[in-house]
Design a protein around this ligand. Structure first.
Ligand code: ADP
Length: 542
């Protein structure tokens, strides 16, 4: 082999913040903390405070590979800690505070986290789990002064970093060393730890910055409406530094009012978040008549975005919706931007593609297989289990020996995503369902996602969830649960009629029930397991 003669520079997370600090020093990072105070800082300050975090960690005896947790909202301190931990070679473990206490202490113990950075909002949670998390040596509370707390070894963040200078030089690590650890939420089993290397973070961040990814670039003002504990904030905290974009971190308040206020005040051009966030923003815009002219594009994913969301955001507010699919195991797994060919198609054809979950993005190779592991054609309608592989796809889970999470065959090692999907010749994927949520009726599969999307497009429906319940004749049949918009009247027959043109007749729900609220998981997905349990005694209408 003739080796290339390029320089041996490792792909490291520290290079992202170094770049932003050097070239975009005055570009703003604006953050609202959990007490509602707005902090205006910039990439240069984020870099120097991240260096102080690293220096303080070194003083605590933290070394390469040590895991350090954060239980925090999206704000400047969380961002500094993101870089301070990873640049030093220790591992950033973002914990989802919306999980149950036992799950959180299980995750922290499993990761053997040594330090925890905790927002004052989660102090009670930290006090509850502290006796169950013996690996934790210190709790750093993300605030100026330490509040009253029973936490052992607690210290206020500002005090803790103030003693350190920012003279530290970050080490030249091996790019394969671990940078982040994030657990899946455990909706479909025990939480599993995904460890991303420095190399995989830099590569996936590059993909995020490409035109077909999220096109994160220096001309943008970005509002991060995805929690930084959900799949590393979809890599946007890293992409904003790689591109030197202005970044707005909204803190705990993700209400439509707060998001719209910040979009207007900070001239936001791009934002990202789960569909429920945008559904509430759309409702708020309709109710108040406020507009958001600066916003050009949003990325939506994490669960299926209904077509009605694209229709309203684009037709009424001029916001392009880039619908993507992804997982903790690879962050962004598909691309929602139009190809040149699709740009030339009519609106209807474009919308049909937008309603799908994006298309294959270079770097995450996708494949569909049937129950026997045989390839399923990319014909746009044959469903199969979606498999993925690539340099930033998890090849295994942290400290978990389970052969069923991956498929090994003559084509190599593939992650089993647990999603059932169809694909077409242009690489567009349509998620039929999570394998566990698909409704199996008389040997046929009914997509709960298809039913939900059709239902929320009906007048007066704010949110909908379809679940499969036991049925004597068919095995399972769909029950549709709906939350009505304020003032709307519940008319089940009209809802079914509104869905009819969009699905095959045998897929129509056998019953529609009005509910006050639909439960969500910690990562914003409809909690189907809870709904199936709650309606397990439901009697079908005769
Ligand atoms: P969790 O911890 O809740 O599993 P993830 O974000 O890793 O969090 O969940 C990944 C799953 O989310 C995917 O396997 C898929 O089922 C679902 N998902 C993500 N994006 C979409 C989308 N655009 N459409 C439908 N489902 C999606």
């Amino acid at each position: 082999m003739l080796r290339g003669l390029n320089m041996d520079r490792q792909l490291l997370v520290s290079s992202l913040i170094e770049y932003a600090g050097r070239n975009h020093s005055s570009t703003e990072v604006i953050a609202t903390d959990s007490s509602g105070v707005v902090h205006r800082t910039n990439w240069s300050e984020v870099r120097s405070r991240a260096q102080q975090v690293s220096a303080a960690l070194l003083d605590e005896g933290i070394s390469t590979g040590d895991r350090i947790a954060t239980i925090a909202w999206n704000d400047h301190r969380h961002l500094e800690v993101y870089y301070g931990i990873t640049a030093l070679g220790s591992v950033l473990h973002t914990v989802n505070p919306r999980l149950r206490d036992q799950q959180i202490s299980w995750i922290i113990s499993h990761a053997e986290d040594q330090l925890v950075f905790v927002d004052p909002d989660f102090l009670r949670l930290a006090e509850t789990i502290a006796p169950e998390t013996p690996s934790v040596r210190k709790w750093v509370v993300l605030t100026d002064e330490l509040p009253e707390t029973s936490l052992p070894n607690a210290v206020a963040y500002e005090e803790w970093i103030s003693k350190r200078g920012s003279a530290i030089r970050w080490p030249l690590l091996d790019e394969w060393s671990a940078a982040t650890l994030c657990y899946t939420s455990g909706t479909t089993g025990d939480p599993k730890g995904v460890v991303q290397s420095h190399r995989s973070i830099v590569l996936q961040t590059w993909a995020t910055c490409t035109g077909d990814g999220h096109d994160v670039n220096s001309s943008q003002s970005i509002l991060l409406a995805v929690p930084m504990f959900h799949v590393n904030g979809w890599a946007i905290p890293f992409a904003a530094a790689m591109s030197g974009a202005k970044l707005v971190l909204p803190g705990p308040d993700l209400s439509a009012e707060a998001l719209v206020r910040q979009i207007r005040a900070e001239q936001i051009t791009f934002s990202a978040g789960v569909p429920t966030i945008w559904l509430s923003v759309v409702q708020y815009l309709k109710d108040t008549g406020v507009d958001i002219p600066s916003l050009q594009r949003i990325a939506v994913g994490g669960s299926a975005a209904p077509r009605s969301l694209m229709d309203t955001l684009e037709d009424d507010y001029g916001v392009f919706v880039s619908h993507v699919w992804g997982m903790t195991e690879m962050t962004q797994g598909s691309a929602g931007r139009f190809t040149h060919r699709v740009t030339g198609l009519n609106r209807e054809e474009q919308r049909r593609r937008q309603a799908m979950a994006g298309r294959e993005l270079y770097g995450v190779e996708l494949r569909l297989v049937d129950n026997n592991g045989e390839d399923v054609p990319r014909d746009g309608f044959s469903p199969g289990e979606l498999l993925a592989r690539g340099p930033w796809v998890a090849g295994a889970y942290f400290e978990l020996d389970d052969e069923t999470t991956h498929l090994q065959d003559e084509h190599g090692n593939w992650l089993r995503t647990g999603d059932v999907a169809t694909m077409d010749t242009e690489g567009y994927i349509a998620i039929v369902d999570r394998a566990k949520d698909v409704i199996k009726s008389g040997g046929e599969w009914i997509s709960s996602i298809e039913l939900e999307n059709a239902a929320v497009a009906a007048p007066g429906i704010a949110e909908a969830a379809a679940v499969g319940l036991r049925h004597d004749r068919w095995g399972e049949r769909p029950l549709l649960l709906v939350v009505l918009e304020p003032g709307a009247e519940f008319k089940p027959d009209e809802i079914v009629e509104a869905i009819r043109p969009h699905v095959a007749s045998w897929c129509l729900p056998d019953a529609v029930v009005e509910v006050e609220e639909i439960p969500h998981t910690g990562t914003g997905k409809i909690n189907k397991r809870l709904l199936r349990d709650r309606f397990s005694d439901f009697s079908w209408p005769q």
